[in-house]
Design a protein around this ligand. Sequence first.
Ligand code: ZN
Length: 133
Amino acid sequence: MVKKIDHIGIAVKNLEETLNFYENILGLKSEGTEVVEEQKVKVAFLPIGDTEVELLESTEEDGPIAKYIAKNGEGVQHIAYRVDDIEKAIAEMKEKGIRMIDEKPRYGAGGARIAFCHPKSTFGVLIELCERD
Ligand code: ZN
């Protein structure tokens, strides 16, 4: 069902400071930032090989990333797997008894169509299914 690791999502307190580390120390290059209002985040994608690192900073105190950091601190927050057909992937997961946070695809940064699986069904990892053109 899944094709590759599309990206690794990392929750950060300060996107600018974090970008400084990823760009100037690790030598990656951001493709620019985007605010995803629905998820109350500002994100930056940094391609590496045939995958990407996604840095996520909360734009609101009650946003999911802010809540994640309050509970766990900064760090890896989710792993996104590429799928060809998000509706089909969601249906397949549900059919196999996996609990979905999103039962319908929602908008993801960069125009992706995404859906999260519940970590209680995926051995503790927040998995994002991600379809891109
Ligand atoms: Zn993501």
